[in-house]
Design a protein around this ligand. Sequence first.
Ligand code: NAD
Length: 247
Amino acid sequence: MNEEGKTIFITGGSRGIGKEIAIKFAKSGYNIVTNYVSDKTDVEKLKTELKNEGAKGVIIEKADVTNSQDMETLVKKAIESFEKIDVLVNNAGITKDNLLIRMSEEEFDRVIEVNLKGTYIVTKLVTKYMMKKRKGSIVNLSSIVGIVGNSGQCNYSASKAGIIGFTKSIAKELASRNIRANAVAPGFIETDMTDVLQESVKENIFKQIPLNRMGTAKEVAELVYFLGEDTSAYITGQVISIDGGMS
Ligand code: NAD
């Protein structure tokens, strides 16, 4: 349980994997701070849901991870309300798939900006406070395609491979301050992001997954929880795959 009043800052916690991660930490009584971008998000409903799951305090705001000023305001609000941030999960991510030959600069830039630069922006802001406390755990959402590549996703794969290099570097920089950084690399997980795939595409994917099914957001949340908590205190700079044996 959350006797110390622990806080998790998770980007993109309004739905999919991010929401399941928020729920998992809420069940242990964490304070939850999160952001999202979609206008359709029902903030009050999500707040109530997280509190009902056990979250002590909840802050949810519409803020783009690529806007460093908005993110700084949200991080400051988290510190003012909850005093420290114990766990940072960089989860917000987008895809804009296309074959290289057809990929526009806008498609390439935006995916790198949200997935990779957004991770840098938020990590830098939160790390400042973790350093003061000499404690923290950072978990970044990479992807299997950042390790093995994927046709039609050169922008997304590059962003997710970039997250791996970023994570390994900051793990080395921050270890002396007792701050850990790890990445998780999910395979195909049932969420809105993969919902858009055609049935024929999904069947083809299943053939490549030894466990013969997609993973669930809950399964990813369990892994992120383990990496966020002190049960993984001697693990840093790692990329943990959660992909049904795909890689
Ligand atoms: P999703 O599309 O369901 O949710 C993404 C979340 O990120 C939403 O809350 C959205 O509001 C937020 N977001 C998007 N752009 C943002 C921005 N600019 N600023 C702030 N928030 C923003 O996605 P998901 O499937 O839950 O994926 C979550 C993470 O896991 C992503 O980083 C994704 O790349 C990664 N991942 C997903 C899968 C999968 O199969 N679903 C596999 C590997 C990795």
